[in-house]
Design a protein around this ligand. Structure first.
Ligand code: NAP
Ligand code: F7E
Length: 341
């Protein structure tokens, strides 16, 4: 029996790591595009290498900035489904490296789509769009809300979204945009605000640091749980016809509320540990995101399960566990001097 074959760009990222687990559970053969880095960058998926034999999961070297590598992979794999997740994903960083951000998001997407055309395959393609494209369009935001990007990242995601629609309509390709609102997990990158806070809470609780510097505490985000959001990506590609979907919880909280919940859960007083650093405040920020995902709920039969509080607790618990293990590792390496910790 031939297994369905999927290619994931961005497999080493937060979403890619949960998606590959889901696809392997569902019986897919999965290929992951992995870029070259000077240090190991497969930490989020290394646990899978032991679990699955190499016929089910394979990493292939490539880069969104290198169209020839994408075309070569497509020719080699001929995937039936492509989950296009790779990107420069940090909004603040996009103000500092706008060209690279646009190169990965806009040109990277075009290179991938042109590669598909050149190789002559007809896969179903998922493109990772973002709620950032809505900017300060009043909440709740859905598939019909105007896009009003407020960062180079958001502008690039809006452009890639339109490119996907153009290829869908113009070249009759099967491409769907998932407009996902923020989704978090213990695997979230350490420089996004949720993980920055929960990691700091754990380290403060264990006496490893005392302060955390933050920027705008007033911004509101609709934060969901990443494993549930990758399930929506898969459901989008199982539809007969390609379409665009907002994926969100419908519950919005401020950064300050996230901080209060995370510190409170660990029994800490946040005011004693949080300081504002003006350098972390963005040239432009998105004030209030709250998604209306009724279309996904009815057409995909998808719905989120994890509440805001549960998400915060999952992340704090995971960081406490991780920091304790790291601490024990340090103690083992450095001997008895740290044993009292
Ligand atoms: P992430 O954790 O930052 O992962 C990004 C992935 O892209 C990583 O695998 C990274 O590789 C890879 N990548 C970056 N530059 C690349 C390049 N030049 N060539 C090849 N690969 C490259 O992001 P995520 O949170 O999983 O998000 C997945 C996608 O959904 C992204 O497109 C993001 O913009 C979008 N999105 C995310 C959210 C959210 O809340 N998480 C919401 C809406 C949309 P390394 O591991 O080597 O860095
Ligand atoms: O910021 C504020 C910051 O960087 C959230 C990406 O996955 O989701 C993510 O983008 C809010 C902003 O996520 C700090 O100003 C305060 O208002 O965690 P974030 P984001 O910008 O919403 C969207 C949907 C994506 O598509 C992106 O790829 O928190 N904030 N203080 C801070 N943010 C950070 N990073 N660090 C702070 O110290």
């Amino acid at each position: 029996m031939t297994l369905p074959v999927a290619l994931i760009t961005g497999l080493t990222g937060q979403d890619g790591s949960y998606l590959v687990e889901l696809l392997l559970q569902k019986g897919y053969r999965v290929f992951g595009l992995v870029r070259r880095a000077s240090t190991f960058n497969t930490g989020r998926v290394d646990h899978l290498l032991d679990t699955f034999d190499t016929n089910r999961l394979e990493f292939l070297r490539g880069d969104l900035t290198d169209g020839s590598s994408l075309a070569r992979l497509l020719r080699l794999i001929k995937p039936g489904e492509i989950y296009h997740l790779a990107a420069q994903t940090h909004v603040m960083v996009s103000f500092e490296i706008p060209e690279y951000t646009a190169d990965t998001i806009v040109l990277g997407t075009i290179r991938l789509l042109e590669g598909v055309r050149e190789v002559g395959i007809q896969p179903k393609i998922y493109n990772a769009c973002s709620s950032e494209v809505f900017g300060n369009t009043p909440p709740p935001q859905n598939e019909h809300s105007p896009m009003a990007p407020r960062s180079p990242y958001a502008a690039a995601k809006a452009c890639a979204y339109h490119c996907c629609r153009i290829y869908r309509e113009g070249h009759r390709m099967w491409i769907a945009n998932g407009i996902l609102f923020n989704h978090e997990s213990p695997r979230r990158g350490e420089t996004f605000v949720t993980r920055k806070v929960t990691r700091a809470v754990a380290r403060i609780k264990l006496g490893l640091q005392n302060k955390v510097m933050l920027g705008n505490l007033e911004a509101h985000r609709d934060w969901g749980y990443a494993p549930e959001f990758v399930e929506a990506m898969w459901r989008i590609l199982q539809q007969e016809e390609p379409d665009d979907y907002v994926i969100a919880t419908g519950d919005s909280h401020s950064v300050l509320e996230f901080v209060e919940e995370a510190f409170g859960y660990a029994g800490l007083a946040w005011r004693q540990h949080v300081e504002i650093d003006a350098r972390l405040i963005r040239p432009l920020d998105v004030d209030y995101l709250l998604g209306d995902s009724r279309k996904a709920r009815s057409k995909l039969r998808w719905q989120p399960k994890t509440s805001f509080k549960e998400l915060v607790h999952i992340m704090v618990d995971a960081d406490l566990k991780r920091e304790r293990i790291l601490l024990e590792g340090t103690a083992a390496h450095h001997g008895a001097g740290l044993a009292h910790l």
